[in-house]
Design a protein around this ligand. Structure first.
Ligand SMILES: C[S@@+](CC[C@H](N)C(=O)[O-])C[C@H]1O[C@@H](n2cnc3c(N)ncnc32)[C@H](O)[C@@H]1O
Length: 240
């Protein structure tokens, strides 16, 4: 797999351009995985990006890709829990996180990372979100077990404001970013594992295929939404 979740460099760079600033001193990518977006950010910004992930094998892959692209001087990996970012980084200028915040809970991630972001700094966090009020029952049923914490965009915006951020913009990940290099790669792999000798593998394969079927039939009722947020200047008090 060339990426571990839905996403594309085009979407990443489109969202980056929504921030009314283009130079950042400390950039952290939380839950970087193998770093598709880490590399896109590093190459566009020409600034070191600190890639944080708890899986050393993902970070090893990221370093491998960064060497291939000749940008290893722009990537620094940190094998650690993203919940501990405030203990390591104190004045983050841009905190980026695609398809990963849910691992520690979206509200918890925003509150935790707020402590690490400097006043006037930015957070860009993508989160699976309901996009419409009416959702077909089979989609609702799938996510009742698949991601019961999924909220509407308005609910997530309210969480962001309560966590101490100003909302700058939102962006819904393009449909192509789910399919190209992600679902189109996952689907044949999952198909080939449907008769695997291990029950747990068969179950994951079936669940993956069900997720793709739901996505195909969901008619854009849900999507990955980028929340582009800013910690207000002089807002250190909230972190006390
Ligand atoms: C779905 S992948 C997304 C990776 C990448 N951001 C992307 O969009 O391709 C989620 C990543 O979060 C990492 N992860 C999960 N829980 C974590 C935690 N508590 N701290 C740091 N990384 C974590 C996983 O190892 C994985 O690489």
């Amino acid at each position: 797999m060339e990426k571990l979740g839905p996403g594309s460099d085009a979407d990443t760079l489109q969202v980056l351009a929504m921030i009314p600033r283009d130079t950042f001193s400390v950039v952290v990518d939380a839950g970087s995985g193998i770093g598709r977006q880490t590399l896109a950010l590093a190459r566009r910004l020409q600034t070191k990006v600190h890639a944080v992930d708890s899986a050393v094998k993902h970070l090893d892959s990221l370093m491998h890709y960064s060497v291939d692209l000749g940008v290893e001087h722009l990537v620094q990996t940190h094998c650690m829990d993203m919940a501990h970012i405030p203990a390591i980084f104190r004045a983050v200028d841009l905190l980026w996180s695609e398809c990963a915040a849910y691992h520690i809970g979206f509200p918890n991630a925003l509150t935790t990372w707020h402590q690490a972001i400097r006043p006037g700094g930015y957070a860009v966090v993508s989160e699976l979100s309901w996009l419409r009020d009416t959702v077909p029952e089979h989609v609702r049923t799938y996510f009742r077990s698949g991601y019961p914490d999924m909220r509407t965009v308005d609910e997530n915006l309210s969480i962001a404001r309560s966590a101490g951020y100003d909302v700058i913009a939102t962006h819904v990940l393009s449909r192509a970013a789910w399919v190209d290099g992600y679902y189109d790669k996952l689907e044949p792999i999952a198909q080939s594992l449907l008769h695997h000798p291990e029950k747990a593998v068969r179950a994951i394969a079936a669940q993956t295929l069900e997720g793709i079927r739901v996505f195909d039939s969901a008619d854009d009722n849900y999507g990955y939404v980028f929340y582009v947020l800013r910690k207000p200047e002089g807002d250190a008090a909230l972190d006390a």
